[in-house]
Design a protein. Structure first.
Length: 106
């Protein structure tokens, strides 16, 4: 499934960092689709980069590479083997179906 406007907005917020691989990951967005996510009802999504599009792996480390927080919760961005792999939502109280608002980089 194509990235929702909210997911793309959050990814663009998270990726203009100072590491060289931030730009490389940003370049993966046109080839990135969102898949299933968490079963709890939160908006967390798995990300899949279409590697047949010529998109190359980056030198980004595996694991969480960026985060942002807001008043009600935040988001974490994960990479696996040089490709975007998951955008996770977390909340300070009960989980909700919408992405956290007013996010600012940590």
């Amino acid at each position: 499934m194509a990235l929702s406007p909210d997911v793309e907005r959050i990814l663009r917020l998270l990726l203009p960092g100072s590491e060289p691989w931030h730009g490389e990951l940003l370049a993966q967005l046109p080839a990135t689709k969102s898949g299933s996510g968490c079963d709890c009802g939160c908006p967390t999504v798995d990300l899949a980069v279409d590697r047949s599009s010529g998109t190359r792996a980056t030198s980004a480390p595996n694991g969480m590479i960026a985060s942002a927080a807001g008043a009600d919760g935040g988001v974490l961005l994960f990479v696996h083997n040089g490709y975007l792999s998951m955008l996770e939502a977390y909340y300070y109280e009960d989980s909700v179906a919408a992405w956290p608002e007013d996010l600012a980089l940590d």
